[in-house]
Design a protein around this ligand. Structure first.
Ligand code: SAH
Length: 192
């Protein structure tokens, strides 16, 4: 047997939660790999909302969709994921965040604790029962540990009656490897 690698595991969680006709969210489009993956899962009757604050990321995500002739299944928004509620009004089956900076791009443009948590709060409301939010936590960069710790504090405080929270992590790898946090909604949360 072979334990699933962290990125494989992240995608397998999405695959279990997102089906044809569903709405899915890529909260950090980056180079567009997960946007494409989600676009393949939702089929022609579903839809993907992808967010990124960097033009390069939006462009490379659009190109990846075009190269695969799936641009009709997704909208790539040049806006922060904290504004998700402005665009997404329907129930979401699955969402993914890849935190940190975009490799090969500006290392100063990183995801930040407050905006990541604001996006999580909105997504938890939008998520359908049985839906999943997957976070791939990169924490080796400057600012990464603060974001990691803030997210762990936030998700650990979510009542288990509403959300199941999982951490999937290899414990003996060097150089701060990324790990996964997954949230499964089991019951509608009280609205604030
Ligand atoms: N660290 C990962 C890649 C993360 S990419 C890896 O090594 O594979 C993270 C992306 O999030 C970047 O493209 C960045 O522009 C984007 N981002 C930063 N803040 C954001 C925000 N508030 N909303 C949406 N995207 C954001």
């Amino acid at each position: 047997m072979k334990l699933q690698r962290v990125l494989q595991y992240a995608q397998s969680l999405l695959k279990d939660a997102v089906h044809e006709g569903d709405i899915a969210v890529d909260a950090t489009a980056g180079n567009g790999h997960d946007t494409l993956f989600l676009a393949q899962l939702v089929g022609d009757d579903g839809y993907v909302y992808a967010f990124d604050v960097q033009k390069e990321a939006v462009d490379s995500t659009l190109h990846r969709l075009l190269d695969n002739a799936l641009e009709h299944r997704a909208i790539v928004l040049k806006d922060g994921h904290e504004n998700i509620g402005k665009y997404v009004t329907k129930q979401v089956a699955g969402a993914i965040f890849n935190l940190g900076y975009l490799p090969g791009s500006n290392h100063e443009i990183i995801t930040k604790p407050n905006t990541t948590i604001a996006a999580l709060e909105s997504l938890l409301q939008l998520l359908k029962i049985g839906g999943v939010i997957v976070l791939v936590i990169y924490h080796g960069h400057e600012g990464g540990k603060e974001e990691r710790d803030a997210i762990i504090r936030y998700v650990s405080s979510l009542p288990q009656k509403y959300v199941h929270v999982l951490r999937y992590e290899f414990l003996n790898q060097h150089n701060d490897p990324p790990f996964v946090i997954a949230l499964e909604k089991v019951k509608d949360l009280p609205t604030k």
